[in-house]
Write a new protein. Sequence first.
Length: 116
Amino acid sequence: QVQLVESGGGSVQPGGSLRLSCAASGRNFSRNTMGWYRQPPGKAREWIALTLHDGKTMYAHSVKGRFTISRDKAKNSVYLQMNSLKPEDTAVYYCRGDPDNGPAWFGQGTQVTVSL
């Protein structure tokens, strides 16, 4: 059974930083895309960062320059370093792992709250 477990969420003041982690089990994702999505309150889930199997990364415009995605293939894990956080970054953050074919797997999510 494939599982993606996020950790590292919490509450932080504007301008602060957080680092999210996602540990995958049940399948090796080293040759597949992994990424991060988020769902702000009352809004749809949106992608924010992807890391491809060849090391290339992609970012949504809203987080580019502030967030950095990385992965440790040996640990089957992906990370999201979030700097210069803004109140509009408040959301539930989800880890995603892509299969070779078919629908992606998502974790259960971790809450990030940015407020004074």
